[in-house]
Design a protein around this ligand. Sequence first.
Ligand SMILES: C[S@@+](CC[C@H](N)C(=O)[O-])C[C@H]1O[C@@H](n2cnc3c(N)ncnc32)[C@H](O)[C@@H]1O
Length: 324
Amino acid sequence: MDEATPGESKRTASTQTSGAPPPFGSRFLTPSRSVWEQNAWDHVPPPDDQGERIALSLERQRASRVSDADRNRYNARPEKYWDAFYRLNQGNFFKDRKWLHLEFPELFQATREDAGEVTVWEPGCGVGNALFPLVQENENDQLKLVGCDYSKKAIEVVHANPLYHPPKGSLHAQVWDLASPLGLPESIPPGSVDIVLLIFVLSALHPDEWTRALANIWTALKPSGLVLIRDYGRHDLTQLRFRTNRLMEENLYVRGDGTRVYFFELGELGGLAQTQSPLPPAYPLPPHPLFSAQQLGIDRRLLVNRKRQLKMYRVWVQAKFCKL
Ligand SMILES: C[S@@+](CC[C@H](N)C(=O)[O-])C[C@H]1O[C@@H](n2cnc3c(N)ncnc32)[C@H](O)[C@@H]1O
């Protein structure tokens, strides 16, 4: 993959939601401090010339888009590019998930000894880098963890992990497509899940697949069940860095390895909560929006390469949806 997934850098809690004060422990770049003092700063607004930088990048990208033939190829069998990615990288990436604690404390509450029956499902789990930290912390005999991914190779790597047979609770991983029109995987009965985790997964889908994915998630959740989402934000450094022959559609790109990535505007992500399924559902859906957005936040971080004197403006979006 031609970029680092956010959160792989050492992080502190950082998501700023509608006017809430920044969390204690954040690193702020104040006028008295030099940007080169440390490797990362929290809540840094974009530089004054960011508008020009964005315009230049987008102009260059739009001038040479991915050809129709290539776009059809990348969209036709997206899982095979993820298979190739995992064959090449196995589990050697995206390892540091300490930030999960800070951003999604509900997850770790489920691992407490007295938390009772809780099911956590991660569609698009990759090689389990979010699931295994939960396994490691788990004290709850009644915690059920399920991971799904449409990459067979990713699921093979999950199965081969020594933590796949946890001493407490259970973990099951299987191949399944989140945008499947055929319904849920057999390990997830409708209405059985307390928490769905979507970590950099919606961005890997084609926008046309979001509705189906959210309908599947809604069906899987218990009443008032939660969806925890973290993903790439609009005009993140990695979006602006894409050069020629990478733009598939506005804000949807294909990386050098053939995997797709979309960059979300915050309002757009929030709008997904309002999804109503116009598609013939595998299960009946209600005639109202599927979720309410309980939290919607943007995380802007300045990462600094002190040696090369480089400033990297990263943008991530985060949301918590509640099933209606
Ligand atoms: C950027 S990776 C993130 C993996 C994992 N969530 C993590 O945090 O390490 C995106 C993952 O989503 C999976 N994925 C993309 N579209 C999918 C779909 N329609 N159904 C299931 N998995 C999908 C990919 O195979 C890949 O493993």
